[in-house]
Ligand binder design. Sequence first.
Ligand SMILES: [Zn+2]
Ligand SMILES: [Zn+2]
Length: 246
Amino acid sequence: MKSFKVYSWSNFKQQVQIKCILCRGLTTLAQPLCQLCLATCPAPLCFCSCCGLPIQDSDTGICGQCLKQPPLFDRCLSPFLYQFPVNRILQLVKYQSRLELIKPMVVSLAEWLMDYYSDDHWPEIMLPVPLHRNRLRERGYDQTLLLTRALKKLLCTGGLGIDLEIDQQLIKRTIHSVPQQSLDAIARQKNIRNAFTLNRKPPWHHVALVDDVVTTGATVSEITKLLKNSGVQRVDIWSIARTPET
Ligand SMILES: [Zn+2]
Ligand SMILES: [Zn+2]
């Protein structure tokens, strides 16, 4: 009897060669951004341990703004700055359904988190920042939920003993606000105010709020306020990229 070799989808993806989305050099389906291009993605060398923004060499590791008035959330952890090519990649994911491009970004986030939490307590749950249902209908997918699921897969199936669930029911976006990227910092804050509600009292002390990009922090601060008013003690923000202040 003839035997057939069975290839799993992940083996298949690792072997199929495609062109890198940036340099057009050869890479694999499992890694649509080649290693060389991934290495050119801008990352903060030195960043504030609170808001995640790049800082100059500082003794405390906390930026002047956070020393004066710390944000509501406790940490913002992002492996990349929202600059080329990371901004381009995330826009392709969000607006052109290039969902396969999220993978190399999520791998970097997972590595960043594993490094950070080797020295700290992991949160008890991951809470993706939700889309309004009208926007979900327009777009057909929720890129933040997809990235959170990809992250869970990387963190929890690697035999690392990390056990994190996703709760996508707790936070509801009740107001269909205009997209934040068209607004300045003050308008963003106003636009997002009261845009979310919690479905129930959260049962956790320490949570991770996941978003694709953190710009002024208006969205994550608004949700953090709700969570902390409902008894959550620590809110860590996880995102692929952080927009540096201009
Ligand atoms: Zn490349
Ligand atoms: Zn700071």
